[in-house]
Design a protein. Structure first.
Ligand code: HEC
Length: 137
């Protein structure tokens, strides 16, 4: 339940830009979530060209957003911070995909990231490509 609330929160932030006139009612928020889940390419956070829409979709479908937001640190670093820290090289994509699958700690602080052993390497790499496409500097 907590996770759903956080996901709703993230979605309402994402949707705020293009549906500001929408009321805060639960039904509207639910509709917004469905829209994000079905058509992630419509989300304004998706970068126009360099990003991986598939990676973004995989992230929305996993538990990542419980600990990560695009531009705000929660439990884990914001994706923008991660993107700004690493060059989008093949080596870094492999390394970060490995961290998502196996878990990791020490790059951003004491709190470890939980492993995601069920993810395939290809899916984890798509997620990393999407994250690294959020680079702002
Ligand atoms: C339980 C909370 C939690 C969840 C769930 C979580 N993360 Fe993390 N993540 C963290 C923390 C904490 C760190 C910082 C780890 C460190 O300091 O090395 C982190 C770090 C990262 C990093 C940067 C790793 C590095 O070495 O710089 C990436 C990329 C990342 N997470 C992606 C994801 C993705 C993709 C998912 C979903 C599949 C996910 N995370 C789910 C907590 C989480």
């Amino acid at each position: 339940m907590k996770k759903i609330l956080i996901v709703l929160g993230v979605c309402s932030v994402i949707m705020a830009c293009n549906s500001a006139e929408k009321s805060e009612s639960t039904e509207d928020t639910t509709a917004a979530v469905e829209q994000v889940a079905i058509d992630t390419s419509a989300a304004p956070v998706a970068p126009a060209s360099s990003g991986s829409a598939k990676g973004e979709q995989l992230i929305s479908g996993s538990d990542c957003l419980t600990c990560h937001k695009v531009d705000t640190k929660i439990v884990g670093p914001s994706y923008v911070d991660v993107a700004n820290k690493y060059e989008a090289s093949e080596a870094n994509i492999e390394m970060l995909a490995g961290k998502i699958i196996n878990g990791g700690s020490g790059s951003w602080g004491e709190i470890p990231m939980a492993p995601h052993a069920a993810l395939s390497t290809d899916d984890a790499k798509e997620m990393v490509k999407y994250i690294l496409s959020l680079k702002t500097k």
